[in-house]
Design a protein around this ligand. Structure first.
Ligand code: T6T
Length: 331
């Protein structure tokens, strides 16, 4: 493939690199990255989320080890509206490879296709799109299993009886859709349990907080709420505290940013389903470099990582705490 040939050239002598740079200048926009190892681009779902910041750290460490420049650029909200312009700006610079967490399963298909048409390999990391033919690899967590684990934790708290609710991000996100699917399927196996409501917070902890407050008023016997990602779980946990329902309404959340971890240690959130974003980032870089180095056949089409479950009882265990997310990117 074109990018395998390109990768071989990237590893050539400095003279060859200079020739390549001159050729690139002739054919590409002025700001394009040309000389030296191809620049790898990582586009998160949102830049202000500890999950993606932790992913950046894994990717940056691996890129440094392998000698490739990495750029990390994304939108300040989890939405195609902010992510697509970032992609358009990146495409004009022609990175060597694109690693991306698409913010929508369908809206990102065409923008990603433009990279493939420009002979830039694309790896989906965390979330994905429905057209897998455009992707060299898809790296994610086992989101169905994570949703099931959340349901089983809430069911244990509720003695397998009563109503529960879900606060999710928005439909059309591959990861959180699957978490909800796994959760609903697992709750359906408990004959005396019911999902009373599913709300969507648009990735806003403030929305999640308000929605959870309303749910607690509308369903006074509610046994638990599943918050399907960082901002959902954080908002739900804070609403349960504000309503004075800590201990009577269970909160099970996804991910492990600092506010969630605090709520876990306080016993408000009783279980967190934690992902391995740093490993996702480092694998994405390894796969990108493999593709650029002519080893595309060694790259798996799909890679699914296990989740780590933390409870209030295990939150201080270093074997668990090592998976908590970070809030500072690496240079
Ligand atoms: O849960 C992660 C990520 O896996 C999901 O795709 C979007 O939300 C997070 O970034 C957490 O906020």
């Amino acid at each position: 493939m074109f990018w395998q040939k390109r990768a071989t050239r990237n590893r050539a002598t400095s003279l060859a690199r200079a020739i390549l740079a001159a050729a690139a200048i002739a054919t590409a926009p002025a700001a394009a990255w040309a000389a030296g190892p191809a620049t790898l681009a990582l586009v998160p779902g949102i830049t202000t989320d500890a999950f993606y910041i932790t992913m950046q750290r894994g990717a940056a460490a691996e890129a440094k080890k392998l000698g490739y420049p990495l750029i990390w650029q994304g939108g300040a909200s989890f939405s195609p509206e902010t992510q697509i312009p970032v992609l358009q700006a990146l495409l004009a610079k022609h990175p060597g490879a694109l690693m991306i967490a698409p913010t929508d399963t369908t809206a990102l298909i065409n923008p990603i296709r433009q990279f493939v048409q420009a002979h830039i390999p694309v790896i989906a990391v965390d979330t994905t799109i429905t057209d897998a033919s455009l992707l060299q690899s898809q790296i994610t967590s086992n989101n169905i299993q994570g949703g099931e684990a959340a349901a089983n934790a809430i069911a244990a708290f509720a003695h397998q009886t009563g109503e529960v609710a879900v606060i999710n991000v928005k439909p059309g996100i591959s990861t959180t859709d699957e978490r909800q699917k796994g959760f609903l399927a697992a709750i359906a196996k408990y004959p005396n349990m019911k999902v009373a409501a599913i709300e969507y917070d648009d990735d806003s902890p403030t929305n999640a907080f308000t929605e959870a407050q309303l749910l607690l008023l509308k369903y006074p016997k509610l046994k638990g709420i599943f918050g399907t990602n960082v901002f959902s779980a954080e908002g739900v946990g804070k609403a349960v505290v504000a309503a004075g329902k800590k201990g009577s309404v269970d909160v099970v959340g996804y991910d492990a940013e600092p506010d969630e971890v605090t709520l876990l240690k306080q016993g408000v959130i009783t279980t967190l389903i934690i992902q391995q974003p740093a490993k996702e980032g480092s694998l994405a870089v390894q796969y990108a470099v493999d593709i650029l180095s002519g080893r595309a056949s060694a790259v798996p089409k799909t890679m699914q990582l296990d989740n780590v479950v933390a409870t209030t009882a295990t939150a201080d265990d270093p074997k668990v705490a090592q998976y908590f997310y970070q809030t500072q990117t690496l240079p």
